[in-house]
Unconditional design. Structure first.
Length: 339
């Protein structure tokens, strides 16, 4: 049978159907699974409502692997750096007119960064080889006030996914004490991300400070399992709560990790987290799961929490001598689209 050179897919959305052309659909992207480029595109189509909700109206940077995740493939910062994969923040030449951007201010002049507005965006980006979508925690038109507080639990060498789940479970209890609901997802590896929908009233530094307050309380409760130490050599065999993720981007729900098994960042219910196995969620299994359970992060859109009590916790910690500033990301790393 002749190999197909182009496949056309129709994606429904709020502005009518869009036709997305998929070039080189038979190119193998994940050799271990036999997953091709069109399989990846169809995966994003299958989880369309979920990935659209995760991306819509947010400045988004694409992580593109146009040749697939082949042995020896190298990820570099930007196209032209000599790698097989790269990041892209700007609208590429020839993009459809429904692919929009938003002005993001940084250290210099404003930059026009990709800003998804409909389900077809993820399918279009997948045709470019995009596996992961790195999103800002705020939406246009108010990028200075996040609508999500994000906690990144990053397991260090010597720890397990089970250790991360223990910390995430304690985090949930802590949030409940403040009348706040969090929504967990796998990172696509051994990590766990917990998203909290918040009122867009506070600045990025304010929300970062609230995350640090949560982290300090977790360290007080689980000192042998949780750390806020920025320097790797000081973290030990503990779960690092990466508070600086609030000042940058994070891989969205349903993004695909560029590993041989094509694991994805999967939203989970709290009741299934303890028994979850990250390897169970990949581009092959997620479409059926999504068809069965839907988007478990849909609740993010239905509520907004105040972080005032968390900022009061930060004040108390500082009065008690447990506060103080923690190391920050360099500005270029915090907003990588300004590089």
């Amino acid at each position: 049978m002749a190999r197909s050179e182009v496949v056309e897919l129709t994606v429904d959305g709020p502005y009518g159907p869009r036709t997305v052309r998929v070039s080189n659909p038979d190119r193998v992207y994940f050799p271990q699974l036999g997953v091709t480029k069109v399989d990846v595109v169809r995966y994003f189509l299958a989880v369309g409502a979920g990935i659209d909700a995760a991306l819509r109206e947010r400045p988004t940077m694409l992580e593109r692997w146009p040749s697939g995740v082949v042995p020896g493939a190298k990820l570099t910062v930007w196209k032209g750096d000599g790698g097989d994969a790269f990041y892209q923040r700007r609208r590429p030449r020839g993009a459809p007119d429904w692919v929009h951007t938003v002005a993001v201010a940084g250290d210099g002049p404003s930059d026009e960064v990709l800003c998804p507005t409909e389900p077809a965006f993820a399918v279009w980006a997948a045709n470019l080889g995009t596996l992961r979508f790195h999103t800002w925690p705020a939406r246009r038109p108010d990028l200075d006030h996040p609508d999500e507080l994000r906690v990144d639990l990053d397991p260090q060498p010597g720890t397990t996914f089970g250790d991360t789940v223990r910390v995430a479970t304690e985090l949930r209890s802590l949030l409940v004490e403040f009348g706040i609901e969090g929504f967990p997802k796998t990172s696509g590896g051994r990590g766990v991300h917990v998203y909290v929908p918040i009122l867009p009233r506070w600045t990025v530094p304010d929300v970062r400070r609230a995350v640090i307050a949560l982290g300090r309380e977790l360290v007080a409760r689980m000192p042998h399992l949780v750390t806020l130490n920025w320097w790797r050599r000081e973290r030990g065999e503990r779960i690092f709560l990466d508070y600086n993720q609030m000042t940058g981007t994070i891989a969205s729900a349903y993004s695909i990790r560029p590993t041989p098994r094509a694991l994805v960042s999967a939203p989970l219910g709290w009741d299934e987290l303890a028994a979850a196995v990250p390897e169970d969620f990949n581009v092959v299994t997620m479409p059926a799961r999504f068809a069965s359970v839907g988007d478990l992060h849909a609740g993010l859109a239905g509520q907004r929490h105040s972080i005032a009590a968390l900022l009061e916790l930060a004040d108390r910690q500082e009065r008690d001598g447990a506060g103080g500033e923690l190391p920050r990301l360099p500005a270029a790393a915090a907003r990588p689209w300004n590089r």
